[in-house]
Design a protein around this ligand. Structure first.
Ligand code: AHM
Ligand code: MG
Length: 335
């Protein structure tokens, strides 16, 4: 690649163009550096002694993997002393952690899922880190859950790192979604795709079909029509992919389009869904919208949803706009 643009240069140019502050630039650089460290830990696999269960559980009652815990610690430790953050919240922690008093405090709140797709860690399939950045409300010193409860439309940055055959960072600061690939020799991220565009139409869907019998009527209708193929009401054949790492499924959609769905199903009486609004759905929705796609919970635009709890779950429909619109219309018609 001739004269590649580094992440540092990209961010400095975003700062000069007035899209981000110096503090936000520093925050994103620190997150990217943490992702590099996580990538190295993930890459060691069985040789690093990092596989398997940590023997602990998180707030959602899920068993934590060693790499979940290691990744969480890497992100916390790297972000606490830079002066750009007020507090961090994570899938792996019950409540937000404010920046320790020994360090200067900044104006941003960082949320992350340190290692998404945990069920894939031990089988050497792609996993990733998802993050979202919000502004800390003015005058707040010890940020708690309530200060994080801002709708996704207020995110000032969002991104994910995917740890696959190569490590990539996909980032938005509200000015398009852009992909950077980690150069393992120089240890930095280089811009490899500017202004990602998710095609409006697609013939590929991603869903865990084993839950089909538990879905409600509009979901059954939507997927039945895709499965009916060329002779059905949609008039074309659809292909299916399911990696069970949201980062990897969304990354495929960022590359060639598709729709990703994790709907509510009857196994869950709270009607919530599986994925978490604040550090999975919101950042992915911002990235997808910035790339020309769409993201709803089956009825509402995800980025407009007012969060009620830090670890709130919601159904997720995101990707190529045409399919998200059809699936959403079927849910609204059924109400
Ligand atoms: P995690 O954050 O505990 O890893 O859970 C989220 C993951 C997503 O990455 C993925 O889309 C989904 O759970 C897979 O769920 P399932 O195992 O039900 O297919
Ligand atoms: Mg996750």
């Amino acid at each position: 690649m001739s004269n590649p643009v580094s992440l540092t240069r990209f961010l400095i140019e975003q700062q000069h163009a007035g899209h981000i502050s110096a503090d936000l630039r520093l925050l994103i650089e620190v997150v990217a550096r943490s992702c590099k460290r996580i990538s190295i830990a993930v890459g060691k696999g069985a040789l690093g002694g990092v596989l398997g269960d940590a023997g602990t559980g998180n707030v959602q009652g899920e068993a934590q993997k060693k790499l979940d815990v290691i990744s969480n610690e890497i992100l916390l430790e790297a972000n606490e002393w830079g002066g750009h953050l007020a507090a961090c919240a994570s899938e792996e922690m019950d409540h937000p952690v404010p920046v320790p008093n020994a360090y200067p405090k900044g104006n941003y709140l960082l949320l992350f899922d340190p290692l998404d797709g945990s069920s894939n860690i031990d089988v050497n399939v792609s996993v990733g880190t998802i993050f979202s950045v919000l502004r800390c409300p003015d005058g707040v010193s010890g940020a708690d859950d309530a200060h994080f409860l801002q709708c996704g439309a207020t995110q000032v940055a969002a991104g994910y790192a995917i740890y696959g055959p190569s490590t990539e960072l996909v980032l938005t600061v509200g000015n398009g979604s852009h992909a950077f690939t980690m150069d393992r020799e120089i240890g930095g991220f280089l811009l490899t795709r500017k202004d990602i565009q998710v095609p409006r139409a697609t013939a590929e869907f991603a869903i865990n079909m084993s839950n089909q019998r538990h879905w409600d009527t509009p979901m059954q209708r939507y997927i039945d029509e895709l499965l009916a193929g060329k002779d059905g009401p949609r008039g074309k054949n659809f292909n299916m992919r399911w990696i069970a790492s949201m980062v990897a499924d969304v990354h495929r959609i960022m590359n060639r389009g598709g729709i990703f769905i994790y709907p509510w199903d009857r196994k869950d009486p709270s009607k919530a869904g599986k994925l978490r609004l604040m550090y999975e759905a919101n950042p992915m929705a911002m990235l997808i919208e910035q790339a020309g796609g769409a993201a709803t919970d089956g009825r509402r635009r995800i980025l407009d949803i007012q969060p009620e709890a830090l670890h709130q779950r919601i159904p997720v429909f995101l990707g190529s706009a045409e399919e998200v619109e059809v699936a959403t219309a079927y849910h609204l018609e059924a109400d």
